[in-house]
Design a protein around this ligand. Structure first.
Ligand SMILES: Cc1cc2nc3c(=O)[nH]c(=O)nc-3n(C[C@H](O)[C@H](O)[C@H](O)COP(=O)(O)OP(=O)(O)OC[C@H]3O[C@@H](n4cnc5c(N)ncnc54)[C@H](O)[C@@H]3O)c2cc1C
Length: 395
């Protein structure tokens, strides 16, 4: 019997998770990555239990434990005076997947190592999927390198895990483009010195048209700090260096503690934030996952988590339909995946947008928001997120 073969465009967090999940189910995978290297910029990621459970099931628990800090709580503070508005417990019971805080580069690297250790995954670096044709038997994709070199890859199906500016989404006939939200994110890693390591908590500061979030990463040796603020226009590039002259205005009116943290950062990277409605997640033998299908604004810390969930669901359905119907089962698997994911991804996207609006309220609306948060209390706030963090992939 020939081993079924799936092609994945993009070796980001979603693409690599899909590759590992498929390979572990006995499916051969080729992953084509457009970039020539895997340098991830210095930034942190909150890995919530809904995604953590998927990675634990892929036998990555130990690697994740080594790379991450376990968060105990989220504390929400007011921008100008640091008054605590609310708190949400993040701790997990024994044996449960915890709420992990780690560097994006560390998460990416452990996924890459796991993918490289599996013999049925082939990784092609420096080649982007530029064109694809599909028929009743499979897909034929054209991979193109930076200097124009081409190769074609045949597979039973193609997964577009190629991020916000997805070429696969375009090839699937989606003519929309990402739209600038009017916000940009400034991200930095701040070295922790001596006693200032602090607790394993995520701290959120809410201000008018801006908020900041910080938490420990690298085993507590660094703090990941993100400041998101309104910006008049999207500036060139997706990840550019932050001008230190503008830093003072990012933290204007904030507490001395936040000022100190921001001024201890060596360098900043800036992302202009874009939004895009969810795509049709499947078309015949092609499926989209992660940011390619449904980019999530970073007001809920769920973009990578959703990509990881997508990967697990798609791998299960592909394995099931391939076993039952062979190559002919691929379109049904892709369609079932799109149906199973549609409602959840739309809800997560919308909840994140709603958080963005609530986080950045000015007076008098911020008073009402703060009151609601206080009334909810820690348990109430946690219960509000049960639908999100309690998600489990079927065995
Ligand atoms: C400020 C900020 C903070 C965030 N914090 C969190 C957080 O705490 N928790 C969380 O879960 N999420 C967070 N996110 C979201 C998260 O980073 C993304 O949602 C996640 O990285 C998406 O993963 P992906 O694999 O879908 O896409 P990507 O990570 O964008 O990967 C796509 C890959 O595809 C490659 N590619 C592109 N085109 C092609 C092509 N044609 N052929 C082949 N390869 C191609 C790219 O080079 C890239 O490697 C945050 C985002 C921002 C901006």
């Amino acid at each position: 019997m020939t081993i079924p073969h799936i092609l994945i465009a993009g070796a980001g967090i979603g693409g690599l998770t899909a590759a590992i999940a498929l390979a572990r189910r006995g499916i051969a995978v080729t992953v084509a990555e457009k970039r020539t290297g895997f340098a991830e910029s210095g930034a942190g990621i909150q890995l919530s239990p809904n995604a953590g459970r998927v990675l634990d099931a892929l036998d990555l628990r130990l690697q994740l434990k080594r790379a991450s800090v376990t968060a105990r709580r989220l504390v929400v503070r007011r921008w100008h005076d640091g008054a605590a508005l609310s708190e949400m417990p993040m701790s997990a019971s024994e044996g449960e997947s915890p709420f992990r805080l780690l560097k994006r580069a560390d998460l990416h690297m452990l996924l890459l190592d796991a993918a490289r250790s599996l013999p049925n995954i082939r990784l092609i670096v420096g080649r982007g999927v530029e064109a694809v044709a599909q028929d009743g038997d499979g897909v034929m994709a054209t991979l193109v390198g930076e200097s124009g070199q081409c190769e074609t890859v045949a597979a039973l199906g193609l997964i577009g895990a190629d991020g916000l500016w997805s070429r696969l989404r375009e090839l699937n006939g989606d003519a929309s483009t990402p739209s600038f939200t009017g916000f940009e994110a400034w991200r930095a890693l701040v070295p922790v010195t001596g006693a200032s390591a602090g607790e394993a908590q995520v701290t959120l500061h809410l201000g008018r048209d801006r908020h900041a979030v910080h938490y420990p990463v690298s085993g507590g040796r660094e703090t990941n700090l993100v400041i998101i603020r309104a910006a008049r226009e999207a500036r060139e590039g997706w990840s550019r260096e932050g001008e230190s002259a503008l830093l003072a205005s990012q933290v204007a009116g904030a507490t001395p503690a936040l000022h100190r943290l921001a001024s201890a950062a060596g360098s900043w990277r800036v992302w202009s934030l874009y939004d895009r409605p969810p795509a049709a997640m499947a078309k015949g033998r092609i499926a989209l996952l992660g940011d390619a299908a449904h980019p999530v604004l970073p007001f809920l810390a769920q973009g990578a988590a959703l990509a990881i969930e997508d990967a697990a669901v798609l791998a299960r359905l592909l394995a099931h339909h391939l076993e039952r119907d062979g190559a002919a089962g691929v379109p049904a698997a892709m369609a079932a995946y799109a149906r199973e994911r549609a409602e959840r991804v739309a809800r997560v996207q919308e909840t994140s947008r709603g958080n963005g609006r609530a986080y950045h309220l000015g007076r008098p609306w911020s008073f009402a928001r703060d009151l609601v948060m206080k009334r909810l209390g820690p348990d109430g706030l946690r219960r509000r997120h049960d639908w999100l963090y309690d998600w489990r992939e079927r065995a």
